[in-house]
Ligand binder design. Structure first.
Ligand SMILES: CC(C)(COP(=O)(O)OP(=O)(O)OC[C@H]1O[C@@H](n2cnc3c(N)ncnc32)[C@H](O)[C@@H]1OP(=O)(O)O)[C@@H](O)C(=O)NCCC(=O)NCCS
Length: 198
């Protein structure tokens, strides 16, 4: 199987992400395009989407999986990101290194288990290595079992666990993967990548 991936520019990518998130019943609060633009502007970022034919109408392709990541640094001033960096700083080394944070991502239910997220993750790794990033970090929750299982398969390591006082299912789990150029040769997904530039 060959995966079809598009790397979007900010404005169009934000609209695409807003659109695809509508298909995710499990996301409690969906991101708007405005929110996505606000978060990503002025920082190095990557918006990737995979498309696939609709089973009942193979002539039509639709976005089925996505991944959005951006750089985080010790100098963050936006409170949410400053807090994230603070929480990570005991477990992820920032000085002199470039850290990519996978902010949001997922695969639409009907297309899960077909390798779309692996294909996006491998493309993200290739891009991040090319851009000089040293590590990719991601945050999830204990209760997101599918995501935890997937990150395990994709060889992310747990770097921090933050216990939620009342409900352990809500506890936060931080994971990371250190990047090495030779990783790219171990990638498994065949893919075509189209880049849409600003
Ligand atoms: C997690 C998610 C992105 C996986 O997407 P996907 O396209 O089905 O993943 P892939 O098919 O590319 O699978 C990648 C790897 O993870 C494994 N995997 C996928 N789903 C899994 C699951 N539910 N449990 C365990 N492993 C799983 C696959 O076997 C595969 O491993 P392999 O390549 O070594 O065989 C998708 O299930 C999803 O969107 N879930 C909801 C997202 C969510 O919970 N978000 C909450 C915020 S973090």
């Amino acid at each position: 199987m060959e995966y079809h991936i598009t790397q979007y520019d900010l404005e169009q990518g934000a609209l695409e992400i807003q659109y695809i998130e509508e298909f995710f019943g499990e996301f409690p609060r969906k991101k708007t395009a405005t929110e996505i633009v606000r978060r990503l502007s002025g920082r190095r970022h990557l918006i990737l989407l995979a498309t696939a034919p609709l089973p009942d109408d193979p002539g039509t392709v639709a976005p089925v999986s996505f991944k959005v990541a951006h750089e985080i640094t010790v100098g963050e001033t936006e409170p949410k990101l400053a807090d994230l960096v603070h929480r990570l700083s005991d477990n992820v080394r920032f000085p002199g290194r470039r850290i990519l944070y996978t902010w949001i991502g997922g695969t639409r239910r009907d297309w899960r288990g077909q390798g779309f997220f692996r294909a996006l993750t491998e493309q993200q790794e290739r891009w991040a290595i090319d851009q000089g990033f040293d590590e990719i970090v991601v945050k999830t929750k204990n209760k997101f079992y599918e995501m935890r299982g997937t990150l395990d398969h994709l060889r992310f390591e747990v770097v921090k666990y933050e216990r939620h006082g009342a409900d352990n299912a809500e506890s936060k789990v931080y994971l990371s993967k250190k990047l090495l150029p030779e990783m790219v040769s171990k990638h498994r997904s065949a893919k075509t990548v189209v880049e849409i530039r600003d």
